[in-house]
Design a protein around this ligand. Sequence first.
Ligand code: GDP
Length: 380
Amino acid sequence: MALGFFKKKADPQTPPEAPPEKKGGGFFGLFRKKDNAGEAPEAAPAPPQPEAPAEPAPEKRGIFARLTKAISKTSMIFRRKVMGLVGLGKKIDAETLDKLEEAMLEADLGVATTEHLMEVLRSAWKNASIETTDQIVPFIRKDLKERLTRRGNSISYAPSGTTVVLVVGVNGVGKTTSIAKIARHFVREGKKVVLAAADTFRAAAVKQLQTWSERIGCEVVAGADKADPASVAYKGAERALELNADVLLVDTAGRLHTQKNLMDELTKITKVLGNKIPGAPHETILVLDATTGQNAVTQAEMFKAAASVTGLFLAKLDGTAKGGAVLTINEKVAVPVKFVGLGEGFDDIQPFNAETFVDALFNIENGDTEGDAAASAEAR
Ligand code: GDP
């Protein structure tokens, strides 16, 4: 049953108010008449503008600011513990490196990341490619950025037609909210989105998706309570093709009864989708709660064994001192992070950008090396 667009309904679970649509943007924008289309420009050409200052575009700044705020607890601990040790241009010695290792662990960078960083730092020090402590932070930043980007963080789209994104994850990690956020993200990019609520064992989650989607401006295809998830995925694919949608998002598999159940369900859904839309699913995104550490890693192992997970959505990155979890999960799960969730509203999503993330972790914007010194002075 396809549920309508644009209906307004009072609901106790009503999500936070969406900010006003950008002019011409979003799904509603598709129907908007272009202002002044075909009319001659009225005003004289504008006088030349003074040269823009060389600083990041406002949107980029906004993204950095939001991420910095979300992981501020992690970055504060990190700055306090690590930066104080390494700011001054002293000669590196074994003792400083030992202290640095301790500080990284205390700052919750995780054992795997810390071990890796210390190994590359020690060998760079031994072969004299770094010699003084002020070289340490730039070295770490560069290494972390490389490690976070090496598997590619952008979404794989279908070469043409509808891109199918399967979303998997255990109940309670923030899956429903994250799906709404992904839908919102695509709608804001001007894409037409259809959502298939194929996690049919959770009536409340289906209802929640329907409520959110009315606000977001996308259509939800749902089935009867406890219907076969693959049948809902199929109907979703049919509807997406009918509407010529850019993206079909399929919510599924919140339960982990057994590995075999999970695998059977995902295999069936994948097959049904692939029969209807060539190459589908083009992405399989696993939602993990970034605050759960080892649990998240264990869940990732289970889902990786059951389906070919192509990307991660790390939910709940905000407000905890767990920003370092991104690094740990990246090391251990070996699947690229594609999105992060930074709050409970459907706009609290960012496509993952390793540059911005690492800069936010060090609270150093845009290669601002003066920030390194300022941070270490602050930390002392
Ligand atoms: P599901 O059971 O996995 O579908 O989880 P829900 O989407 O219902 O989310 C569970 C709880 O986590 C809700 O209270 C959400 O508001 C909250 N939540 C989801 N994503 C985030 C996030 O990125 N940040 C924060 N702070 N809370 C989140």
